[in-house]
Design a protein around this ligand. Structure first.
Ligand code: GCU
Length: 442
C-alpha cells in the first residue's frame, strides 16, 4: 500500500474516531447539532438574517474578490486613539489603550473568558529518551486534567507533547505549535528528504518544541460548544452572545501549557513562543495578543479572523467566518457583523490584534498566491502587521517601516515581521527565517 494512501486511511480513521470523543456523533448528527446551536445563537441575538459569504472558488459567479484593482477604499480604526477620541502620545498610556482594545475584541469578536474557569492539573504520562534524525530528544507526553467537580458529566483533558534536547542540562526556549497528535500519521508523514523538520530545526538550535492539541479540549465545530472547556464552564448549556469561542478557548489551553512549562526544569518559561497555521494561526495570534507571557509569535496564514485586515474586502469575508462552519471560533456577537452591520462597523481589526502583542516580536507568514490561493489575503495579513507599526514604534520597537506589500520571499523584519514564502498553505518554508528572527531575542 502506498504511503500517501495509508496516511489518508489513518486520517479518515482519526476523523471518525475523533468525533467520538465528544459523543457518538456521525457527521449528520454533528451538522444537525451545529445548525441547531447556530440558529439558537442567531435567535438569541435577535437577527433576522445573516448574509452569505462569497465563494472561495474564483470561477464561481459569487466569487470573493481576488483582484487587487477591485478593492474599495476603507477606513481603519486607529489603535493609538482612545474611545473618547484623544490620541496617545506617550508609551505609558499604551496599557490603558490596550485594555480598551481588548474589551472591544472580547465583546465584539472573540468573546470573554469566564470568571470561573476550573483549574488544570498537569500529569506527566510518559518520558522517553529517543532520537529524531540526528538529534537526541527527551519527549514528554503530558495531560492537563481540568477539574470538573462542578459538572462531572463533561471531562476535559488537554493533550500536550514536549520535546527538549536530551543532551542539554539547562532550561531551553520552546516553540509550541497548535497541532494534531496523530501518532500513526506522524510515522507515515516523516520526511524522506534531506530537509530538517521544524522540530529538528529547533533541536539543532538547542531549543525544544511542543505540540498542543486544541481539539482535545475544545472541538472544532458548533456542536461541540456545549462540551469541551466552554461546555464545562457553562454546565452543558448554550453560550451567551459574548461568551468565548473556540479561538479564545484554544488560547486558554496554550496559556495553561505555559503554566506547566513554568514548573518543568527543561523549559525556559521566559522564552516560549507560539506557532500555528490557518485556523490555528488565528489561535496563535489570539494567544499572543491575550497572554503577554508568550515571548514570540509565528503566525501562519491566519487570514480573516487572524491578522488580516477585515475592512479590506478581498478574499474571505466576515460573512464566511460567521457561517455555521466558523461561528464557533468566535463570540456569538461577531455574527452581527454579517447581519445588521458590516465589516465597516468593526471597531477593531487585525492590526489592533497585532498591536496587542506589542512590544513582543511577531513573525507573520503567508504562502504564495499562486500556490496557496488568495482566500487568506497575503496583503491583508501584511497590512495587519504594517498598520500595527505605529504601536511598536511608540513602545520603542521597530515596525516594518513600509506600507508597500513586498515581493515574494522578501523578509520585512522589524520587531513585527512579514514573509511570503513560495509554497502553499503551510509555515514550512518560513521556519528557518522564523528561527533566525527568534534568535535575535532568545
Ligand atoms: C477555511 C476558512 C479559514 C480557515 C481555514 C482553515 O479556509 O475559511 O478561515 O483559516 O479554513 O483551514 O483553518
Amino acid at each position: 500500500m502506498n504511503k500517501y494512501f495509508l496516511t489518508f486511511l489513518i486520517f479518515v480513521f482519526y476523523s471518525v474516531t475523533g468525533f467520538a470523543q465528544f459523543g457518538n456523533f456521525n457527521r449528520d448528527s454533528l451538522n444537525r447539532l451545529t445548525n441547531a446551536d447556530y440558529r439558537f445563537m442567531i435567535e438569541t441575538l435577535g437577527i433576522d438574517s445573516v448574509r452569505r459569504g462569497p465563494s472561495g472558488n474564483p470561477e464561481a459567479p459569487d466569487a470573493a474578490i481576488f483582484n487587487e484593482a477591485e478593492v474599495q477604499p476603507y477606513f481603519l480604526p486607529d489603535p493609538l486613539v482612545f474611545n473618547n477620541g484623544s490620541r496617545i502620545k506617550k508609551p505609558e498610556q499604551w496599557e490603558k489603550q490596550r485594555a480598551e482594545i481588548k474589551e472591544l475584541f472580547d465583546n465584539e469578536i472573540y468573546g470573554r473568558l469566564p470568571d470561573n474557569i476550573p483549574s488544570v492539573t498537569w500529569k506527566v504520562v510518559s518520558v522517553k529518551d529517543t532520537v529524531d534524525g540526528d538529534f537526541a530528544v527527551k519527549i514528554k507526553q503530558l495531560q492537563g486534567v481540568v477539574d470538573n467537580s462542578s459538572y462531572p458529566e463533561i471531562e476535559v483533558v488537554i493533550d500536550l507533547t514536549l520535546g527538549t534536547p536530551s543532551n542539554i542540562d539547562k532550561p531551553v526556549p520552546v516553540i509550541m505549535e497548535f497541532g494534531f497528535n496523530f501518532p500513526g500519521m506522524r510515522r507515515f508523514m516523516r520526511q524522506n528528504t534531506d530537509e530538517l523538520s521544524w522540530k529538528q530545526q529547533l533541536l539543532k538550535e538547542g531549543w525544544g518544541y511542543a505540540v498542543i492539541v486544541p481539539t482535545s479540549y475544545q472541538a472544532d465545530n458548533g456542536a461541540g460548544l456545549r462540551s469541551g472547556i466552554i461546555g464545562l464552564v457553562n454546565k452543558g448549556q448554550p453560550r451567551m452572545p459574548d461568551d468565548w469561542g473556540a479561538l479564545r478557548a484554544w488560547a486558554w489551553g496554550a496559556s495553561r501549557a505555559l503554566d506547566y512549562f513554568g514548573t518543568d526544569k527543561d523549559v525556559d518559561e521566559m522564552k516560549v513562543g507560539i506557532e500555528g497555521l490557518s485556523r490555528y494561526g488565528k489561535a496563535a495570534t489570539v494567544t499572543m495578543a491575550y497572554d503577554p507571557r508568550f515571548a514570540i509569535g509565528f503566525i501562519g496564514s491566519s487570514g480573516s479572523g487572524g491578522v488580516k485586515i477585515l475592512h479590506r474586502v478581498f478574499g474571505e469575508q466576515v460573512e464566511n467566518l460567521v457561517s455555521s462552519g466558523g461561528y464557533h471560533w468566535f463570540a456569538g456577537n461577531f455574527i452581527r457583523y454579517a447581519g445588521p452591520m458590516t465589516q465597516e462597523d468593526l471597531p477593531v481589526d487585525g492590526h489592533c490584534l497585532v498591536a496587542m502583542c506589542a512590544p513582543r516580536p511577531v513573525f507573520i507568514s503567508s504562502g504564495a498566491a499562486a500556490v496557496e490561493g488568495q482566500w487568506v489575503d497575503a496583503k491583508g495579513m501584511f497590512l495587519g502587521g504594517a498598520m500595527a507599526g505605529p504601536v511598536y514604534e511608540l513602545l520603542g520597537k521597530k515596525s516594518m517601516r513600509t506600507m508597500l506589500f513586498p515581493p515574494q520571499e522578501t523578509l520585512l523584519d522589524g520587531d513585527v515581521a512579514f514573509r511570503q514564502h513560495s509554497g502553499g498553505h503551510t509555515t514550512g518554508p518560513n521556519w528557518p527565517f522564523f528561527i533566525e528572527f527568534a534568535k535575535r531575542y532568545f
